[in-house]
Design a protein around this ligand. Structure first.
Ligand code: ATP
Ligand code: FE2
Length: 331
């Protein structure tokens, strides 16, 4: 019998529910907590999740044309993320699992960003995971998703958002910076280039950009353009090194920053030059979403990795779990 998996995402700003049946996404509903100034306040975001959870749940069932009693099991992101947000997601997941008397499947959010890439046809890729809080180059090796390279300070999305806030274009900054960059005459302004092996760093570049902006000598469009060209080149270089090191021949993009079409284009060029396949999921599956949690939950469930409804008390969140802490038993 086909499984109908409901997945709940709540790690940070997004509360999302997706429903997946046999690897196919039936719906992908979400509500995003936004702020006009400053970053996420975890307690506020958690309250947002709590307040919209029932409505998102109802909408997900409607959009998927699924009856509540048809749900086989419930997956939720148990790690990593902001503790208050994770707790709200878990509470909701447990409540529904109890009501429906179905198993619960805890899922690592970063692994889900990776697994959803299978929907594009990627089989054994190097993942360039570029989101708000995370920047990692990941690939499967010997029972785990190994982190081959990562940011040594802040995530690339937070870096872009921070600069965007500094120049007053608001949050999320990624799309705004991309728009500005597209308006530039492509006057490249030299910026620090910060990569060591497969690790990257952004805070020095951020300081440098802010100083350049304050000097008022440069067009903001050119700064945005140079920002993108510099940090995306760093990511592509790190990814290429990981591909060479692991001998894999697929590159997969994941995370919200992967929505950036210039980053996609640079990756495509590198892959073409190396004779490597390139995969990128659709936009609604790149940023945080419940479908990737459901998709990964289904893989775990089919492998017998779930918690039965009488053992829900044993399930907890893990805000700091790393991608390479997770044992991958289904591959
Ligand atoms: P995670 O918890 O996985 O680290 P997250 O919850 O912060 O991530 P995502 O939803 O995966 O985030 O990604 C959000 C980030 O994506 C934001 O920093 C946003 O600016 C960035 N982003 C969205 N669209 C674009 C774009 N076109 N170009 C660059 N960055 C983008
Ligand atoms: Fe994410």
């Amino acid at each position: 019998m086909a499984t109908i998996m409901l997945g709940i995402e709540s790690t940070a700003h997004t509360f999302g529910i997706g429903i997946v049946k046999d690897g196919k996404v039936l719906c992908n509903v979400r509500e995003m907590y936004t702020t006009t100034t400053g970053g996420i306040i975890p307690m506020e975001s958690a309250l947002h999740h709590k307040n919209c959870s029932e409505a998102v749940f109802e909408k997900a069932l409607t959009n998927a044309s699924v009856k509540i009693e048809d749900i086989t099991a419930i997956a939720f992101s148990m790690s990593p993320g902001l503790a208050p947000c994770l707790i709200e997601g878990m509470k909701f997941a447990k409540k529904k699992a109890k009501e429906l008397a179905v198993p619960l499947i805890p899922v690592n959010h970063c692994v889900a960003h990776l697994e959803i890439g299978r929907i594009t046809g990627a089989k054994d890729p190097v993942l360039l995971y570029a989101s708000g809080a995370n920047t990692q180059i990941i690939a499967y090796e010997a029972g785990k998703y190994r982190v081959f390279g990562e940011t040594l300070d802040i995530g690339i999305g937070n870096f872009i958002d921070n600069f965007a806030r500094f120049i007053g274009v608001g949050f999320p900054g990624g799309p705004k910076i991309q728009e500005l960059a597209e308006k530039s005459d492509k006057n490249y302004i030299e910026l620090p280039y910060s990569i060591k092996g497969m690790d990257v760093a952004f805070s020095g570049i951020l300081t440098n950009l802010k100083q350049k902006f304050d000097k008022k000598e440069y067009k903001v469009e050119d700064l945005a353009y140079s920002l993108q060209e510099t940090v995306f080149a760093m990511l592509v270089e790190a990814a290429e090194r990981a591909i060479a090191h692991t001998g894999k021949n697929e590159l997969l993009l994941g995370g919200g920053v992967a929505c950036n079409t210039r980053l996609q284009e640079m990756c495509k060029i590198m892959c073409k030059e190396r004779g490597c396949k390139f995969f990128v999921p659709s936009r609604d599956l790149l940023t945080d979403n419940g479908s990737m949690i459901a998709f990964t939950g289904e893989i775990l469930f089919n492998n017998g990795e779930y918690v039965s409804v009488d053992k829900l008390d044993e399930v907890d969140i893990n805000p700091r779990q790393r991608t390479d802490d997770v044992e991958i038993k289904y591959r």
